[in-house]
Design a protein around this ligand. Sequence first.
Ligand SMILES: NC(=O)c1ccc[n+]([C@@H]2O[C@H](COP(=O)([O-])OP(=O)(O)OC[C@H]3O[C@@H](n4cnc5c(N)ncnc54)[C@H](OP(=O)(O)O)[C@@H]3O)[C@@H](O)[C@H]2O)c1
Length: 272
Amino acid sequence: MRLETRAFGRTGLVVPAVGMGTWQTFDVTGTAAEAGARLVVDRALSAGATFFDSSPMYGEAERVLGLALDGRRAEALVATKIWTSSARDGRRQAERALAFFGGRVDIYQVHNLVAWREQLDLIDELKADGRVRLSGATHYSASAFGDLRRVIESGRVDTIQIPYNPLERDVERVLLPLAAERGIGVIVMRPFAEGALTARQPPASALTPLAPFGVRTWAQALLKWSLSDPRCHVVIPATSKPERMTENAAAGQPPWFGPEERTLVERLAARR
Ligand SMILES: NC(=O)c1ccc[n+]([C@@H]2O[C@H](COP(=O)([O-])OP(=O)(O)OC[C@H]3O[C@@H](n4cnc5c(N)ncnc54)[C@H](OP(=O)(O)O)[C@@H]3O)[C@@H](O)[C@H]2O)c1
């Protein structure tokens, strides 16, 4: 079965349900490490997980992702970010990213809402030039969700990127309902709580009720937990291991969980 694709809100773009993040995992240098990153991207592309997220905040990650996509950029959707309070540095970041990604960024986001009005002016300009398709804003912290709400209400972004996992559910109160109402594309970061959730695996027997949903591993249960909320469009787990990319992508297929299965995953995630 192929990975599910979803309408990305009302943006007109269709995205795979599972993509990939690059924080830490792609911040590498040297031939061997860069070849390793390319193997992860190989697996992602062959599984249909063609959505890749990066940022200038992630060290070498944009450059390494660009290299890994060399010769097959057209198969991918690239989401990256502007992360600076300076208009001049923003422009410099955009020129670098556009050079890494074949002259096009599919989704250009303002990282952590830093100088969001000014950086959205730049992103709008790049959209008008045809070098960017969609604009977005991201934040990892619930303390900034009031500001992220105001950004959505300003009507200036097509997408948001937010954390969502069984231990971080603040987005359910305002952001997910508002995004759904406005037709905003929703990218889910941190599905494993930066690895804290995958570090504590429940016993394999606890996952038996999830087997009819195609779940074989705890990581798949967590990914399916977020994707079973139809207001989420693409989840972007990061991994440095090619086989885990295949495992993660397999969670992006129906059937989706109902309330009972989601509650089971929440209970397992809360165990110490
Ligand atoms: N964290 C943030 O604050 C933040 C902020 C903005 C954007 N983002 C974006 O969201 C992406 C995802 O978030 P994240 O990287 O913070 O954390 P995450 O995806 O929740 O967790 C990543 C960790 O999970 C492990 N992992 C991946 N697949 C696994 C599997 N199948 N089984 C067991 N462990 C597995 C990885 O280790 P291995 O490498 O060993 O597989 C890695 O340590 C980022 O890469 C970035 O693009 C994150």
